[in-house]
Design a protein around this ligand. Sequence first.
Ligand SMILES: [Ca+2]
Length: 310
Amino acid sequence: MAALKAVIIALSLLVVAIIYSDIVEDEEETYFQESATSPSTGTGLENLMLGQLLTGDSGSFESPNFPTTDHKLDYVWLIQADKTKNIRLVLVEFDTEMGSDYFLVHDGPSTEHPVILVHSGNSIPPPIRSTGHELLIRFVTNNKVTSRGFQANYFAVPLCFNSVYSSSGLITSSNYPSSYDCNMRCDWLISVGQSEKILMEFLDVNTEGDYDIIQIYDGDSDLAPFLNRISGDHRDEVILTTSTSNVALIRFITDKSVSKTGFAMKFTAGNPVDLVQYFMKEYSNSDLTKNLYDVTENIVQMLANVTSTE
Ligand SMILES: [Ca+2]
């Protein structure tokens, strides 16, 4: 415990010393201006950075004295999971003074790590994930209005990598059709028979446009040729993509705020003729004509090849 206390005191000194200069969002600016002045006023310092180390596969924590909040708090919690895991943080209660009392999450063990959530008010933010095995949570209140505070749960979750060996299947984003996690990178590597290609049908896509992005690569890594990038609301159409190899990597990257229902993608493996026949059967009379705009070069090429041999 003495060691932990020392770490926390060191952290607190670090925090006070750090100048938050590269934060751009409005909400964050307000927080950081206030935070930069509060500790130097010389009042409330006795409450600065009392904290807790949280370990294990899951657990809960809450703001001090929940469901009431004290003035002039500055608390940190450090969550450490097994090194092979990420941490999923889920707020279950949230009520702080809007624009003044802040809940912050750093994607790593110290305040030098990127801030992946800054939140205040009475809405519950979406669940977020660490990219490593540690998260630092900080809760700062001012000397004015108080509210209820927060309650949070955390879970150690496997790194988000999925190997799929199957000739067909359905892939969905985490929690689908409920909201996906923020600050997440999830990979699916689809491998099929040597001479086969993969037809991917994105039947339902609803992500935060330009911020939460599905990337598709024509091979087993992000060094492979890029096939497609999908983002935004595409619930009324089907987006098709095909691989030219027998392996495809689907990567879903989400940013630190706003989550939607995510995506559902059906994939089918086959030789090009089989895939074109499947495509004609499924889509030639389809009302989802918009999908024709999204047919990739590969499908167009496949159609051309089949037509020319008829
Ligand atoms: Ca987002």
